[in-house]
Design a protein. Structure first.
Length: 178
């Protein structure tokens, strides 16, 4: 482990020595140009960032002014209590308005339901039902008589067994195509 660290430091030193020599000979002019262009870009964009930061500062100051106004209002306990009371009254009025809106919706739904009920009652009143009487039908109890069936016995004569010799078939299995 220590050996690897030693080699790493040696490589870093040799690399630094080579870069320093290259820099002293004027070989890093392109690097200077690149750094100068980056610095110029940063300067250009920093104006925009400064504008954004100043806008954020303005917002923070506005919020601080609101907080100061609130703290001034809270310094006077009477005005603070009146403001809280007015807020509660406003909330209660809003709640009552919502309740009245909901009640109006329910009343409209009940009116529609009542109109449907009246329409259905009118339709039922127009329907005439004819009274129908149904005669009861008596099904007589039927007793099934017993039926006797005689099945005669049939004798089947035994036939002699006929033997037919089957021919012998030989199949040769070859290695050719089928």
């Amino acid at each position: 482990m220590k050996t690897n660290q030693g080699w790493a430091w040696l490589v870093a030193g040799v690399l630094a020595l080579g870069l320093n020599g290259f820099y002293q000979d004027g070989g890093l002019a392109q690097a200077h140009q690149a750094v100068d262009s980056v610095v110029a870009r940063v300067v250009e964009r920093s104006g925009v960032l400064a504008d954004i930061a100043s806008a954020q500062v303005d917002r923070v100051l506005e919020r601080a002014n609101l907080a100061a106004a609130r703290s001034e209002a809270s310094s006077c306990k009477l005005s603070s209590a009146v403001a809280q009371f007015q807020t509660k009254i406003t909330r209660a009025q809003t709640g009552m308005a919502q309740f009245e809106t909901m009640s109006a919706r329910q009343e409209a739904a009940l009116a529609r339901l009542e109109a449907n009920r009246a329409r259905i009652e009118e339709q039922v009143a127009r329907v005439r039902l004819v009274p129908v009487s149904f005669d009861t039908l008596r099904i007589p109890v039927v007793a099934c008589p017993r039926v006797r069936v005689n099945v005669p016995r049939v004798t089947v004569p035994r036939l002699p067994v006929v033997r037919i010799p089957a021919p012998v078939v030989r199949v040769e299995l070859g290695g050719g195509p089928i």
